[in-house]
Design a protein around this ligand. Structure first.
Ligand SMILES: [Zn+2]
Length: 104
């Protein structure tokens, strides 16, 4: 014997719709909170040494601006800066080798 109420499927439909709406709202809230957290984290850590928490100051090293800690003297590189320094060193080494061949 079927006990299904005629409006059951309609209720289910609206319950599912409401659930989807709440889930979307929760996801939006999570995204806002994550962005807020990332912003706060950046504000807290920006130009601070990852090792000792000291203030970082920009210095020019091999024509590249790197961040140096005023407390522990650690030097920190941004993305791509190590490659730039290595490229300069490679070029220097190549020039040294060429010079050897020229002189020899
Ligand atoms: Zn430091």
């Amino acid at each position: 014997m079927s006990t299904q109420h005629p409006s059951n499927s309609e209720e289910e439909y609206f319950a599912r719709k409401e659930y989807e709406r709440l889930r979307k709202l929760a996801a939006e809230k999570d995204a806002v909170q994550a962005a807020d957290k990332a912003k706060k984290r950046q504000e807290l850590h920006y130009m601070h040494c990852p090792k000792c928490g000291g203030d970082l100051t920009a210095i020019v090293f091999k024509q590249i601006e790197v961040d140096k800690c005023t407390s522990c003297a650690g030097v920190w590189l941004d993305n791509g800066e190590l490659e730039q320094i290595l490229q300069q060193e490679d070029a220097k080494l190549l020039r040294r080798i060429l010079k050897v061949f020229h002189n020899g």
